[in-house]
Design a protein around this ligand. Structure first.
Ligand SMILES: Nc1ncnc2c1ncn2[C@@H]1O[C@H](COP(=O)(O)OP(=O)(O)OP(=O)(O)O)[C@@H](O)[C@H]1O
Ligand SMILES: [Mg+2]
Length: 263
């Protein structure tokens, strides 16, 4: 199963990815976390690694190499959402060079690529690469890929939805977050994603949870669980260290149950 975790900026996508990845790996799954966010760079810390992996972008020769390949596609009139910049074969994580992956306890992290320099141009090559990489990724029965997306919906324009089986929308308690969830659900449906659901995050009371659930139901979005506001998560995120045990760790178990029940 390939899950992309989407939502508004700061809603808790990266935290949710880390919580889910840890929970699934504790259950005996081999979890591949794919960092598709070209801006933020601390996911490796939240997962407890001491340094990030080298990017897939660098493995493919860097951004300018990818841009060259894309310009060939553009000259043939291909849309970005269909462009191929990788070799045609399926991708096995075991074949990636060691410096491009980080492993720990049934969990593997890799990163598509980050914006590094001023004036380097847009992040389109990372978007195209992320979509194609996820699409070609070959997973065994007990393997799950969880992709941490950049905020917003731009990746849907690049066809990300065609490369994953499920979209999990992280919703925090705000109108903006709920509205974006509706857009994401709509775009996921257009991309024919098989399963789209939402998780409520940073919830501070049962009343708030019930109200947000009602808002999701109104919008036709299926909630699969709630992660309460957890001071332990806040502390770890502030200090840039791995997540410990707290209410969020407990809350994510039900979400993992719901996602696995659908596989
Ligand atoms: N359940 C939670 N309890 C407490 N704080 C939380 C929780 N989830 C997220 N946070 C806080 O929200 C912040 C943003 O979370 P996170 O980085 O996961 O969001 P994001 O959606 O990945 O952001 P971006 O769009 O920038 O990638 C964290 O730094 C943390 O302080
Ligand atoms: Mg993030």
């Amino acid at each position: 199963m390939k899950i992309s975790v989407c939502g508004k900026g700061g809603s808790g996508k990266s935290i949710m990815v880390a919580l889910l990845a840890k929970e699934l790996s504790h259950r005996g799954y081999q979890v591949l976390v794919v960092d598709c966010d070209e801006s933020n760079s601390a996911l490796y810390r939240i997962l407890g690694f001491d340094r990030p992996p080298e990017s897939v972008l660098d493995l493919m020769g860097g951004k300018s190499k990818l841009k060259e390949k894309m310009s060939v596609g553009f000259s043939k009139g291909q849309p970005e959402a269909k462009m191929q910049v990788l070799p045609p074969d399926q991708i096995l994580v075991s074949q990636l060079p060691a410096e491009h992956v980080r492993h720990a306890d049934g969990l593997t992290l890799l990163s598509i690529g980050k914006i590094q320099h001023s004036l380097e141009g847009c992040a389109c090559p990372m978007g195209v690469l992320g979509r194609e990489f996820l699409g070609k990724l070959s997973l065994g029965k007990k393997e799950i890929a969880v992709a941490d997306m950049e905020a917003g919906i731009e990746h849907f324009g690049r066809g990300l939805g065609t490369s994953v089986d499920a979209v999990l929308i992280v919703v925090e308690p705000s109108f903006e977050s709920l509205q974006l969830a509706s857009r994401i659900a709509q775009l996921a449906a257009e991309s024919r994603v098989r399963r789209t659901s939402a998780v409520l995050n940073k919830v501070t009371s049962a009343e708030m949870g019930a109200r947000l659930t009602a808002e999701l139901n109104k919008r036709g979005i299926r909630p699969v669980g709630t992660v309460r506001y957890d001071p332990q998560v806040f502390e770890a995120a502030l200090e840039g260290r791995g997540l410990g045990e707290g209410t969020a760790t407990a809350d994510v178990r039900g979400i993992a149950d719901a996602l696995l029940a659908e596989t």
